[in-house]
Design a protein around this ligand. Structure first.
Ligand code: NAD
Length: 272
């Protein structure tokens, strides 16, 4: 028996990276999975990996930025399994560019997936999690939800917003004595496809960005998933992933608003 045995766990963005690793680790721990993604090829690969672990799995195409579809999806998962215990709002995209050069459309796209996707996933599943009597919402923010960096204005905004929303939800669940735990996750650099898949403003070299990301992102998605699940077991309010996340979190808290000078210099030095 593990903390997750027999529980129904939903993972958005399960077709790659952290979402895939979470799905596999949850399957190994005896959870029943509901996985979704816009990438049906990646999703099918994750489905096969989860099945190979012997877990029940329901795999669906879902764009988390489509609120009505997310609401219907939540009801579908609850009807399929009869309950929902864990929701990992993980789906996300990156976008690089200076705010002066980003279009409103660029910013909307990041907010629609990275912020509104998390809001829709939370709101859609919350009644089912309360009903289960044993619920847990895990929202994936980023270290970029703890401090800002140049060229990540939209992503920073979305990830700060996820943190604010998630921390308020945790307090409300406690104050209102709801049977739903809430955890906000802040990964540092994790070796996934996020930088390869990202878009950027004109004039920014995509391949160079992806190369720089690969240099800085050191941890495997499997290790990140294990750290997240340990945090879930312990009902942590905040889970930081990686030495970079721990060091930068401390640096930002120690230096206050002066952190920006150090971060800007680092970004310039590393061509970010
Ligand atoms: P990834 O690109 O490997 O996986 C993200 C998955 O989300 C992909 O399968 C993608 O198809 C899916 N997705 C994108 N838009 C979607 C949508 N509209 N609806 C449904 N699915 C969608 O990236 P990852 O690194 O595993 O990212 C997972 C989460 O972790 C994201 O929220 C990301 O912002 C966050 N994060 C990642 C890192 C990192 O270094 N990799 C650091 C901090 C935070």
């Amino acid at each position: 028996m593990t903390h997750f045995t027999g529980k129904v766990a939903v993972v958005t963005g399960a077709g790659s990276g952290i979402g895939r690793a979470l799905s596999v680790e949850l399957a190994r721990r005896g959870a029943k999975l509901a996985i979704c993604d816009v990438d049906t090829v990646g999703l099918a690969e994750t489905e096969a990996l989860v099945k190979a672990e012997g877990a029940d799995v329901k795999a669906d195409h879902l764009d988390v930025s489509q609120r009505e579809l997310v609401l219907a999806y939540a009801d579908g998962v609850a009807a399929h399994y009869g309950k929902v215990n864990l929701v990992f709002n993980n789906a996300g995209i990156a976008f690089t560019g200076n705010i002066e050069e980003m279009s409103f459309k660029d910013i909307d796209r990041v907010m629609d997936v990275d912020f509104w996707g998390v809001v829709s996933g939370t709101k859609a599943f919350l009644p089912h999690l309360v009903e289960s009597g044993d619920g847990h919402i895990i929202n994936i923010s980023s270290i970029f939800g703890l401090f800002s960096v140049p060229t990540q204005g939209a992503y920073n905004a979305a990830k700060f917003a996820v943190r604010g929303f998630t921390e308020a939800l945790r307090m409300e669940m406690i104050l209102n004595k709801r049977p739903v735990k809430v955890t906000c996750v802040h990964p540092g650099g994790i070796k996934t496809n996020i930088a390869k898949k990202q878009e950027q403003v004109e004039g920014v070299d995509h391949d160079q960005l992806a190369k720089q990301f690969d240099k800085l992102a050191r941890m495997s998605p499997a290790k990140a998933a294990n750290i997240i699940l340990k945090g879930v077991e312990k009902n942590k309010a905040r889970v930081l992933i990686g030495a970079d996340a721990w060091v930068l979190d401390k640096f930002v808290r120690l230096t206050g608003p002066r952190y920006a000078r150090g971060v800007a210099a680092f970004s310039k030095r590393n061509g970010l």
